[in-house]
Design a binder for this molecule. Structure first.
Ligand code: NAD
Length: 453
């Protein structure tokens, strides 16, 4: 079995490295020449725990190779996995130009039976579109070569990607071809657990399954965030509510952590894409749209609380811990920190930012206005008026509170991920504001100043 991966990003590179580690010959292709040159030198373009050693080891033993040649990649493999990006357009629809390009290349260069596996998240009907493009390329060449298009969406979580690829909850294989289903089943059994759940279905159903899964998870997050907002007004602790709910097996424990909203390269984009595709079919996704709207509001909830508590932000010094959309990644796409930082910049605050992995990536997403990036999380706190916690890295959970208290000018913590205990912090003298608990009332003088912000 020989595999080519087209698109060597978060998904493609991780899958390529995991397959190679199982002794399968893998060729990773990308149009980004710098990325491929760096990978050949062992320079990994992303932060993903465990990935660097896996890539370096398998590149060194020849099992994992890299190229920028589409022709080489298509001709090398019997299974071609496309993992190119499907970024959002302004209207929410996914940009399929990269997917179309890969289909064209596939049709241009196949010389015998091959399987084209679509791992990118694509709207229903894309499999059919790829088949059409490939067939057109073949007819331009006057060739009649057998091929199969499979929809095989990916569900890995950044930060846990290697584990998720080796031990997925399920695998979805959407195809009308038994030959393709059998080959992919063999591949996946070799990659991970022998008894992994595989759902065999048609291409369209597989495509919809991916969006439905992400929309469900996004809705779950927005749901618990609404309950959190209600707890803040009515009393009650959303963490205990979530525990009480999650023990019900019909609900489940995961994705019930209230916070500052979801971000990342998948949920916002996939929710928007599903709503957009719904419209194309004349369907209005009311629940999913509400989840999307609630998330937009949630992203700025911490900034609102900050303004209420410390008054006008002009010339205030505000530390931010956590820039990426979640811990254990450097991915800044749609990170909730971005909106918060924009709001702080607009209000004239001085920002002191720290992230264990995303500082470099963050700089291409954030306007260089009133922001200083720190390499030490405590250094970022020096003489600040408040600290905003945007992601829940372990280093933040286990931070030395005494040192934090000494460093901050005004020890006010706005915990957007509920990582601390109110009683411990308040007994030390911090003002502690979090998500989904009754928070201290803002001081009256500061509330009135708030109109000026
Ligand atoms: P990415 O942006 O990190 O990587 C995509 C790569 O494709 C880039 O390196 C780009 O240079 C390359 N590329 C673009 N056009 C190409 C072409 N014609 N030929 C070869 N390479 C090309 O994207 P990603 O995060 O890996 O996501 C890829 C797909 O997987 C998306 O559809 C995404 O929605 C889906 N997905 C992502 C995740 C995730 O956590 N990142 C999880 C599940 C599914």
């Amino acid at each position: 079995m020989k595999i080519s991966i087209i698109g060597t990003g978060y998904v493609g590179l991780t899958i390529g490295a995991c397959l190679a580690d199982k002794g399968i010959e893998v060729l990773c292709m990308d149009i980004d020449e710098t990325k491929i040159e760096n990978l050949k030198k062992g320079i990994i373009p992303i932060y993903e725990p465990g990935l660097e050693s896996l890539v370096v080891k398998n590149f060194a033993n020849g099992g994992l190779r890299f190229t920028t040649s589409g022709k080489e990649a298509i001709q090398f493999a019997n299974i071609v996995i496309s993992a190119v990006g499907t970024p959002p357009r302004a209207d929410g629809s996914p940009n399929l130009s990269f997917v179309k390009e890969v289909s064209k290349t596939f049709g241009k260069y196949i010389d015998d039976y091959k399987i084209y596996v679509n791992k990118s998240t694509v709207p229903v009907g894309t499999g059919g579109l790829c088949t059409k493009i490939i067939s057109e390329e073949l007819s331009k060449r006057g060739k009649n070569i057998e091929f199969d298009v499979v929809s095989n969406p990916e569900f890995l979580r950044e930060g846990n990607a290697i584990h998720d690829i080796k031990y997925p909850d399920r695998i979805i294989i959407g195809s009308s071809s038994q030959k393709a289903k059998d080959l992919l089943t063999t591949l996946y059994k070799r990659l991970g657990e022998e008894n992994v759940d595989i759902v065999y279905t048609d291409v369209k159903t597989a495509e919809i399954t991916k969006y439905a899964s992400n929309a469900m998870l996004a809705t779950k997050i927005s749901f618990i965030n609404e309950i959190a907002n209600f707890c803040e007004l009515a009393g009650g602790d959303v963490r205990a509510v979530a525990k009480g709910m999650g023990l019900d097996k019909r609900i489940g424990k995961q994705f019930l952590n209230a916070g500052v909203g979801y971000g990342g390269s998948c949920f916002p984009k996939d929710v928007a894409a599903l709503i957009h595709t719904g419209k194309e079919y004349g369907y209005n996704f009311e629940v999913i749209k509400a989840a999307q709207d609630a998330n937009e509001k949630q992203k700025t909830s911490l900034l609102k609380k900050l303004k209420e508590h410390i008054g006008p932000l002009q010339n205030k010094h505000v530390a931010i811990w956590g820039l990426a959309f979640k811990p254990e990644t450097d991915d800044m796409r749609e990170a909730p920190s971005l909106k918060t930082i924009q709001g702080l910049q607009a209000a004239g605050a001085n920002i002191h930012a720290f992230d264990p992995a995303a500082t470099e990536t963050a700089q291409s997403y954030i306007e260089p206005l009133n922001i200083k990036y720190h390499t030490d999380m405590y250094e970022a706190l020096k003489d600040t008026d408040a600290l905003l916690i945007m992601t829940e890295w372990n280093a933040f959970r286990t931070a030395n509170l005494k040192t934090m208290l000494e460093l901050m000018k005004s020890p006010t913590i706005l915990d957007g991920r509920n990582i601390y205990e109110r009683s411990a912090l308040e007994s030390m003298g911090f003002t502690y504001i979090c998500i989904g608990q009754k928070n201290p009332e803002p001081k009256p003088s500061k509330v009135s100043q708030n109109i000026l912000v």
